[in-house]
Ligand binder design. Structure first.
Ligand code: 45D
Length: 166
């Protein structure tokens, strides 16, 4: 069988991953801003998202002081072996997406550390943002799943870490 799927999402997700940690966070937030109201939580049962699990995880992050919220997000991107990263790794891809979506919403009402208002994207990230804006909605969702899926730590795939004891 011949597949003719385009590799666009793959290329874009590796370009995303090659940005530094803070630029990834910033770009992801700008993406959220661009998508605006096009993201609507799907009807219950319509997807593999577990709203209760995603919200419970988000609520624990929300309780943390702002600086720790930021560290936690950086840890997820850097796949640092922490308790939060391991719990993240056990979520389904769509629940991971829901979690990031709740974080971005939280930034808008200040329950989550907001972006500094003067923060600027590097040119690579701006280019990427333009390319992502050009994708169809379904392609964007596929791309975001590819981006959030490998973040955090899969507890089954890591060696014991003597530094954290995890
Ligand atoms: O000081 O099927 C910097 C569901 C450095 C429903 C920073 C869905 C300097 C089910 C790093 C800039 C809704 C889940 C500070 C589908 C500095 C379903 C901080 C779709 C403070 C399909 C930066 C879901 C920070 C979708 C904190 C499409 C940045 C979800 C944080 C899309 C950025 C979600 C964040 C998106 C970005 C979320 C949290 C695009 C989140 C983006």
């Amino acid at each position: 069988m011949t597949y003719t799927t385009s590799n666009t999402e793959n290329e874009l997700s590796s370009a995303f991953g090659s940005l530094d940690t803070d630029q990834q966070l910033a770009l992801f937030y700008f993406i959220y801003k661009e998508m605006g109201n096009t993201i609507t939580p799907a009807a219950p049962g319509a997807s593999t998202a577990s709203p209760e699990i995603g919200e419970a995880y988000f609520n624990r992050v929300k309780e943390l002081p702002h600086d720790q919220q930021l560290e936690l997000q950086r840890d997820l991107i850097n796949r640092k072996n922490t308790e939060f990263s391991r719990e993240y790794g056990a979520l389904s891809d769509t629940t991971k997406l829901l979690f990031w979506y709740l974080l971005a919403q939280g930034m808008d009402n200040q329950t989550i550390i907001p972006m500094p208002s003067n923060y600027e994207l590097v040119s690579e990230a701006t280019t990427l943002l333009e390319q992502i804006k050009g994708l169809a909605f379904e392609q964007q969702i596929t791309l975001f799943r590819d981006i959030v899926s490998p973040m955090g730590v899969d507890p089954n795939a890591v060696e014991h870490d003597s530094e954290t004891g995890l």
